[in-house]
Design a binder for this molecule. Structure first.
Ligand code: HEM
Length: 129
């Protein structure tokens, strides 16, 4: 994944990759921050997501990598939390949060790559996990 292989299978090896795990911790930390800012500071949240999007442009991240990251995140949470905890509504809630934030990040990435015509088509694919 962090070699940017978009054909990557989301299997046990993928989920055990230390870089994937470290990034998942950063990503979930970001969700946590974002949820705390909803309501009290929507403008600051929008700015932080825009900054994070720019950082991802700098890392060489492409829009088509987001669904793989989402799939990996959901699969990892399911395997760690177990089926009893990770029921349908929990899965849907995680997919919704991942979908909303990655949609904004993807827009920044697509704008940077000047793929403006595909913004709506590509960002709607964020929630595939
Ligand atoms: C909702 C989606 C995502 C969120 C919330 C997210 C969040 C983050 C955060 C908070 C950081 C740390 C930034 C910092 O150091 O200030 C980060 C770093 C990074 N992210 Fe993401 N990310 C997402 C999707 C992706 C995707 C799809 C990729 C593609 C492979 C990716 C690749 C990276 C890389 C390469 C880094 C730098 C890691 C390092 O410093 O070693 N991210 N991400």
């Amino acid at each position: 994944m962090f070699g940017y292989d978009i054909e990557a299978d989301v299997d046990d090896e993928f989920m055990a990759d230390p870089k994937f795990i470290a990034h998942s911790v950063q990503l979930i930390g970001m969700f946590d921050q974002a949820l705390k800012m909803i309501g009290p500071d929507g403008q600051l949240l929008a700015e932080q997501i825009a900054d994070l999007g720019q950082k991802h442009v700098g890392y060489g991240v492409r829009a088509e990598m987001f669904p793989i990251m989402g799939k990996g995140l959901i699969a990892m949470l399911e395997s760690q939390l177990g089926e009893d905890t990770f029921q349908d509504e929990v899965r849907k809630a995680w997919q919704a949060v991942f979908g909303v934030i990655s949609e904004d990040l993807m827009k920044t990435v697509l704008r940077a790559s000047r793929d403006v015509a595909n913004i709506d088509k590509n960002t709607s694919a964020a929630v595939t996990a």
